[in-house]
Design a binder for this molecule. Structure first.
Ligand SMILES: Cc1cc2nc3c(=O)[nH]c(=O)nc-3n(C[C@H](O)[C@H](O)[C@H](O)COP(=O)(O)OP(=O)(O)OC[C@H]3O[C@@H](n4cnc5c(N)ncnc54)[C@H](O)[C@@H]3O)c2cc1C
Ligand code: FES
Ligand code: FES
Length: 486
């Protein structure tokens, strides 16, 4: 195994001696790169944002902004990192830095290097296209995209307490295209950093990242208590806020066998180590229910790290993918040295943060059967519109043929110790006409599903009320005006 290496701002260096619990943020700052800041240490503020070179969709490289506070520095072995310092210098500002400076996008400056990195990743997004319209005011109709195609959601994980955001938006919308000789744009044309196997030992434990699924499963069989680390958006919070340490951690984020996405005739198979951003891009709306879920899941910064396998691996009752995947009747593919087994997601959760997963088993993929239902929705009730965990989440997948609900699948999160199917509501809908009366009657059944609790996110009564409202909303959005009024 080669000594761990990393390229930071174009200079190659070594990661030797870094402890597995040391975050990328702490490691960069210890090297004097203090632009990236710690605001929260739990993925909420974006002050720590950096850019990493990730595989693009076309064999090239994509600059991707992530939260440096959440990922172990060891996981960057073999990678390329760019911080705000590497983008430009006071004598030669990067276009993003220039626009932020001249438009008042920075006041106290604490958040600025993080904004700069998120903004630069969006600046280099390959499919960012200026809007075609000749009318410069047209973009005002869409409050989330600039005339230059800049997607404001790319900044949804960055907080600023000084500027009020308007100057930051002005800077983002003023950006042009990268110059022909822009080195960061040029880097995107070449292959991404190669996959390297990693082993880092430090005072708190060992971090190992194999390069094949077989090697990972052998390691996991030998160390069944090991922590699997994928995007580290959950694990990083455990490390920073709850002081968790892994005596043995296995990095699975780059395993090629966990990073495929296949669309077949009968099934779509999604690799467990694909990030939500990658799945969103690769599916490109192919699964409308998931397309409705993705923008509501955390922030772009988190979605750039968070994997779908990690969301199911936590066993959380308030993860956002389970309600949608339950409605889609998804199947989880579990892999171990004994081989693979398929488990319907409805049978996967066994109790609060408990699953059927056995020691030494990991999630290799998630399968979504085809064809998909025609009427789908994802309702997330949270305290903030973006970048918040659900109080309640509901995934709907209904087949409505000739005005009759021929099939109904409904997944719920946040109303029981595990994500659940709303079986009684499904039965109340199936075979019935999709009318306001039927929706009202079924909404009353839906309010009785689960065993909601009072907690700091919501009261049980509020959770119950939102369940019924979700079905009425679905009906109002999908039925004809006459049916809604009936
Ligand atoms: C600021 C913030 C906002 C968030 N917002 C949301 C939100 O809106 N909705 C939501 O659902 N979640 C949210 N999360 C939680 C988190 O981002 C997700 O659960 C994410 O999908 C976890 O994926 P990961 O790859 O980062 O997992 P990791 O942190 O790497 O791992 C999480 C757990 O899953 C296990 N694991 C990982 N991969 C596998 C696998 N392939 N097989 C078996 N076990 C595995 C790990 O061992 C670990 O126990 C948020 C987190 C933060 C920090
Ligand atoms: S320090 Fe706040 S997101 Fe990392
Ligand atoms: S400029 Fe002060 S926090 Fe953003």
């Amino acid at each position: 195994m080669l000594a761990p290496t990393i390229t930071v701002n174009g200079s190659a260096g070594t990661l030797s001696g870094v402890d597995p619990s040391t975050t990328a943020l702490d490691w960069l700052r210890s090297r004097g790169l203090t632009g990236a800041k710690e605001g929260c240490a739990e993925g909420e503020c974006g002050a720590c944002s950096i850019m990493v070179a990730r595989p693009g969709d076309d064999g090239g490289t994509r600059w991707t902004a992530i939260n440096a506070c959440l990922v172990p520095a060891a996981s960057l072995d073999g990678g390329e990192v760019v911080t705000a310092e590497g983008l430009g210098s006071p004598q030669s500002l990067h276009p993003v830095q220039h626009e932020m400076a001249v438009r008042g996008g920075s006041q106290c400056g604490y958040c600025t290097p993080g904004f700069i990195c998120s903004m630069a990743a969006e600046y280099y997004r390959p499919d960012r296209m200026p809007v075609a319209s000749a009318d410069e005011h047209d973009h005002e109709l869409d409050h989330e995209h600039g005339p230059n195609g800049f997607d404001l959601h790319s900044l949804s994980g960055n907080l600023c307490r000084c500027t009020g955001y308007r100057p930051i938006r002005d800077a983002a919308y003023a950006l042009g295209e990268p110059d022909a000789d822009d080195p960061f744009a040029g880097r995107c044309l070449a292959a991404p950093p190669a996959l390297t196997s990693t082993r880092q030992e430090g005072p708190t434990g060992v971090y190992v990242r194999p390069t094949s699924l077989a090697a990972a499963l052998d390691l996991y069989a030998a160390h069944p208590q090991a922590v699997l680390v994928a995007g580290s958006t959950d694990w990083g919070v455990e490390v920073n806020i709850r002081g968790a340490r892994a005596p043995f951690a296995i990095g699975i984020d780059r395993l090629p066998e966990l990073r495929t996405l296949d669309v077949g005739e009968d099934v779509i198979e999604i690799g467990a180590a694909l990030t939500l951003s990658e799945i969103e891009r690769r599916l490109d709306g192919r699964v409308p229910l998931l397309a409705k879920l993705f923008p509501q899941f955390a922030s772009r910064l988190i979605r750039n790290g968070a994997t779908i396998g990690g969301n199911l691996g936590t066993g959380s009752p308030i993860g956002d993918t389970p309600p949608a995947l339950l409605a889609l009747e998804a199947v989880i593919v579990l892999a171990s040295t004994d081989g693979e087994r398929d488990v319907p997601l409805a049978d996967y959760f066994t109790g609060y943060r408990q699953t059927v997963k056995q020691p030494g088993e990991l999630i290799r993929a998630i399968r979504v059967p085809l064809p998909l239902s025609g009427t789908t929705a994802f309702h997330k009730i949270a305290k903030r519109r973006f970048d918040d965990i659900s109080s309640v989440a509901v995934g709907f997948a209904l087949d409505v043929a000739d005005g009759i609900v021929s099939r109904a699948r409904i997944g719920l999160g946040g109303v029981a110790a595990t994500p659940i199917r709303a079986l009684a509501t499904e039965a109340a809908l199936e075979g019935q006409p999709w009318t306001a009366d039927v929706a009202r009657a079924a909404a009353a059944v839906l309010r009785q599903e689960g065993t909601p609790m009072d907690d700091h996110r919501a009261s049980a009564a509020y959770r119950t009320a939102t369940l019924g409202t979700a079905l009425l909303k679905l009906h109002a959005e999908t039925a004809t005006p006459q049916e809604v009024g009936a």
